[in-house]
Design a protein around this ligand. Structure first.
Ligand code: GLN
Length: 481
């Protein structure tokens, strides 16, 4: 039995029926990680011993019928911008290379209460800024389907880890697509929940009004299980909300919209074909599908690359050599700060800080940041109008399949384009999911994105599961287990 390929509910029933022990699964997953790590570099750290001990405690709970939850004994990888107490949290930055977290993020606290296990911390683009994991200060991660290609980013380590079966599931963070895009590039499900339904407390901030933690998993149901475990209002996150879910239909009475602007220029034939394939399946199952135009989507990247850098320039001001992480000495305190920031941050992070401080500066605020906020409001309004007409919006997750390592590093604008389809959901705070649907001619996976109105996460997951069942993707990269 390939236990690492099983979905969480099935693993849990094997545990409960005493056909499999959490410690056996943990050892198998850990062996997979050890085998693939040298080629993929999905993890920055692996936690073997302490979690094997925890897995044995989990064995005991299943033995005496006191297991805590569906996640009891399930090994989960954690993106290294999420704090786990007493472990390093580096954000793949030199700036935090010596930082040990004194506290647990709320999502970690919740996973610990569920008795989930942690396999390790995964690689990312520095401070989650990037689309390929090539911006990590600790080396790039490779795509488990083909190591010439990137796994996507910024949660590329989390996606590569689940792809290579070095964890059963992973947590990522998504500011402009960083869960969905790597999930699509690695043949996995990636779910960005409604903004505010999962606490950001303990997630090292990139752009606070956009950041959201969510799962990268093999199946939609696995994402549902993790989302259920990590969501909920948190007094420690001022933007967290009561997760009062709304029900929208997922059966044939649901109305589906295909986003016109995300099926046009800039989208590869292969990505468009995946969407068309899903539309055909839905139509033949009796769903109504129509085209929906959201014209402002064409401006999404421009809006995002003002708002995200503006927020990041403020969030990253705290890394000054005084409070956390790296300090590079200087003759005065100013020189120390300058030296620390010059040395601690990589090129892309510096680019964003410069862009952001410029957009926020007194003379340009109204012209850039102010305009971007207005356009963001317009985008929210256009989505609201669209959801008066349809229940779900479908588009490609990414304009293309994964690209080759090095292919876009010299052209940041081209790199930014790979978030064309994912950014709108962050700007509007909507739930959005990427579901794997097919394999391209170059034998790389591709996914389709579905969005729905805010707080309809569970309905979105139900609807996505219908697509997942019809598509029967069921494929995995070869050679890692
Ligand atoms: N790729 C986008 C960026 O570089 C999104 C990153 C993210 O979602 N964290 O900003």
């Amino acid at each position: 039995m390939d236990i690492e390929n099983l979905p969480i509910r099935k693993i849990n029933s094997l545990f409960s029926n005493k056909e499999l022990k959490p410690s056996e699964l943990y050892s198998k997953i850990f062996d997979n990680a050890a085998n693939s790590e040298a080629s993929l570099h999905a993890h920055l750290t692996l936690f073997e011993e302490e979690n094997l001990k925890k897995a044995k405690e989990s064995d005991g709970r299943y033995d005496n019928g006191t297991s805590k939850s569906l996640l009891d004994g399930i090994p989960i990888a954690i993106k290294d911008n999420i704090n786990i107490k007493n472990y390093a949290t580096t954000c793949s930055s030199k700036m935090l290379s010596n930082y040990t977290s004194p506290y647990d993020a709320t999502v970690i606290k919740k996973l610990k209460e569920s008795e989930a296990l942690f396999t390790g911390k995964t690689n990312l683009d520095e401070f989650a800024m990037g689309s390929s994991t090539e911006n990590s200060a600790f080396g790039l991660t490779k795509n488990p389907w083909d190591t010439d290609f990137v796994p996507g980013g910024s949660s590329g380590g989390s996606a590569a880890s689940v792809g290579a079966r070095s964890s059963v599931a992973a947590l990522g963070s998504d500011t402009g697509g960083s869960i969905r895009q790597p999930a699509s590039f690695c043949g996995l499900v990636g779910f960005k929940p409604t903004y505010g339904t999962v606490s950001r407390y303990g997630l090292i901030a990139f752009a606070s009004s956009l950041d959201q933690i969510g799962p990268i998993t093999k199946t939609v149901d696995d994402s549902r299980i993790i989302y259920s475990a990590i969501s909920g209002e948190d007094p420690r996150d001022a933007t967290s909300i009561v997760n009062n879910q709304v029900d929208i239909p997922s059966d044939k009475t649901a109305k589906i919209g295909v986003i016109k602007e995300l099926m046009e220029d800039g989208i590869s034939d292969e990505a468009r074909n995946e969407v068309n394939k899903v539309i055909e399946i839905l139509k033949s199952s009796g769903y109504q599908v129509k085209e929906i135009s959201i014209p402002i989507i064409k401006l999404a990247i421009s809006i995002y690359y003002l708002i995200a850098p503006a927020e990041c320039s403020a969030n990253l001001a705290r890394f000054d050599g005084v409070r956390y992480g790296l300090r590079v000495d200087g003759k005065t305190s100013y020189e120390m700060m300058e030296n620390t920031r010059a040395e601690g941050f990589g090129k892309e992070v510096k680019r964003r800080i410069l862009l952001g401080t410029y957009a926020l500066s007194a003379g340009y605020y109204d012209e850039y940041y102010g305009k971007a906020l207005q356009a963001r409001k317009e985008m929210i309004d256009e989505f609201t109008k669209a959801f008066d007409e349809v229940d779900y919006l479908i588009s490609p997750t990414t304009p293309t399949q994964a690209f080759k390592a090095g292919e876009k590093t010299s052209n940041p604008l081209e790199m930014y384009m790979s978030d064309l389809c994912t950014i709108p959901a962050n700007l509007a705070g909507l739930p959005a999911i990427s579901i794997p649907t097919g394999i391209t001619n170059e034998n790389l996976p591709l996914g389709v994105q579905v969005m729905s109105r805010a707080l309809s996460d569970h309905s979105l997951l139900n609807f996505s599961e219908i697509i997942e069942k019809e598509i029967q993707f069921n494929q995995q990269p070869k050679g890692w287990v």
